[in-house]
Design a protein around this ligand. Structure first.
Ligand code: SF4
Ligand code: SF4
Ligand code: FES
Length: 457
């Protein structure tokens, strides 16, 4: 490890590791520097030339992404001279860029738009009709669309498939005006992390087939949550919106940086798992298939508990939040029930890989192990009260609390899904993480904690 040294940026002294990248220092201290090709997960490539800074003693401006921090270094990140350099480079980037912003999905979260407002705002020397055109709708496979005209050739996407997934599907072909991102014939983008290139692309060249044209990004609100696709516990943003007169709806999951868990990325299965969250929801309280008042349903459950004393099993799903599991253990003790948290459904060796995906496909799998809960199928056949475990068990009477339809039970209670609720999860490495509530439905289903309160009354 190199020693820490001091350097001066814009007249201020900063401490940094000798020989670390200058751009990392600028990003860390939020010193404004425009860049397209650099990314902390991919390293420097030096191709976009946007990250120019002045270094005292150097004849010409240098790119911050490929400059190592040295003792005595003095840097100017702003000023008329460096702004002119950035403006000229940006103009070059924009020569053939289409005038697509009104219809582009990246609008509102586009580096090119932001840098244009900072360093552009010039009259173009090129007519729209003179711009070099390329293919605008290239289906790359794996849920990703490419617009070759919008690409600034930063090579983040190609470096992702080279350095992170090692699947090498993407490359830049052609030279000069003809240069463009492409796949090889018959070899589509098809790795399980492919949609991360959409987040990496600094402009609207790569868009998600799933998300494009569904929402303008400035309407979305983001909640910091944890993916429930497996026990890795990747950190995500749940982007949602409540359009006028309609319900609060999730539009996408995006990775949220956490270097201790998922870095910058998530898998495509986890990313698209938001769809299943919204579909086939259990919204009604049902007794033998007929809708019933919630108070009557609670009374009915209490009567069943009395009737089956000594012959009751509570089943806990390994995706429930720790706060819910803890409350259910107290409830089970109160009604003298046995407890089991089966894991069989959540073991999937085929899902696992070397990057992020875990074979333990439940978000709180580790908590079930840590709490030493039984994971056996219930052996009592009196009353089973199942809290959202997806498999069915047979008994004299089955009561089920469910986020989704499909339970075979005489009494069914609807419950809030994890995006409509908040709580703690322990990932496979024992890290406790808090997932915030994102969505508030017009007619919200109660959480398990709310149902348990009502059962006490
Ligand atoms: S498609 Fe996007 S990420 Fe890929 S090279 Fe072009 S601008 Fe960069
Ligand atoms: S690896 Fe697991 S936790 Fe991470 S995004 Fe994929 S399914 Fe979700
Ligand atoms: S970010 Fe430095 S050259 Fe692209």
């Amino acid at each position: 490890m190199n020693q820490n040294i001091e350097i001066i940026v814009d007249g201020q002294t900063y401490e940094a590791e000798e020989n670390s990248l200058l751009i990392d220092l600028l990003i860390k201290h939020e010193i404004k520097v425009p860049y397209f090709c650099y990314h902390e997960s991919l390293g420097a490539d030096g191709n976009c030339r946007m990250c120019m800074v002045e270094i005292v003693g150097q004849k010409r401006p240098q790119i911050a992404c490929d400059t190592l921090i040295k003792p005595g270094m003095e840097v100017h990140s702003k000023g008329e001279k460096i702004d002119t350099v950035r403006t000229n480079i940006l103009e070059l980037e924009l020569i053939n860029h289409p005038v697509d912003c009104p219809t582009c999905d990246q609008a509102g979260e586009c580096s090119l738009q932001d840098f244009y407002m900072d360093y552009g705002l010039h009259t173009s020397k090129i007519n729209v009709q003179e711009k070099v055109t390329h293919a605008k709708h290239v289906d790359l496979g794996a849920n990703v669309m490419l617009d070759q005209e919008r690409c600034v050739l930063c090579a983040r996407c190609t470096r992702f498939t080279d350095k992170i997934t090692h699947s090498h599907e993407l490359g830049i072909i052609g030279r000069g005006d003809d240069a463009r991102v492409s796949t090889m014939p018959g070899r589509p983008l098809s790795n399980p992390y492919a949609m991360n290139v959409v987040d990496l692309c600094p402009v609207g060249a790569l868009t998600s087939k799933d998300f494009r044209f569904h929402q303008r990004v400035w309407f979305l609100k983001s909640a910091e949550a944890i993916c429930q696709g497996c026990s890795t516990g990747c950190n995500i943003y749940i982007d949602h919106n409540k359009p006028k007169y309609r319900d609060d709806t999730v539009y996408r999951f995006r990775p949220r940086r956490n270097d201790a868990v998922n870095g910058f990325f998530i898998c495509d299965d986890g990313r698209l798992s938001y769809k299943a969250l919204e579909e086939n929801r259990q919204r009604q309280t049902l007794l033998e298939g007929q809708e019933i008042e919630t108070d009557a349903a609670c009374s009915h459950l209490k009567a069943l508990v009395q009737q089956h004393q000594g012959n009751i099993t509570v089943i806990i799903d390994a995706n429930l939040y720790t706060e819910e599991i803890t409350a259910l253990l107290v409830y089970a003790e109160t009604i003298k029930a046995e407890v089991t948290a089966p894991l069989e459904f959540y073991n999937d060796a085929n899902f696992e890989d070397d990057l992020l995906k875990s074979a333990q496909c439940a978000a709180n799998y580790q908590s079930v192990l840590d709490l030493n809960l039984s994971t056996q199928a219930p052996d009592k056949k009196g009353l089973i009260i199942n809290f959202n475990y997806p498999e069915q068990f047979h008994a004299d009477t089955v009561v089920s609390f469910n986020t989704h339809q499909g339970a075979q039970a005489s009494l069914i209670f609807p419950i809030a899904s994890y995006s409509e609720n908040s709580g703690t999860l322990t990932n496979k490495d024992g890290l406790e993480q808090f997932s915030k509530k994102a969505v508030t439905k017009n007619s919200p289903s109660p959480t398990i904690l709310e149902w348990l309160e009502r059962l006490k009354q």
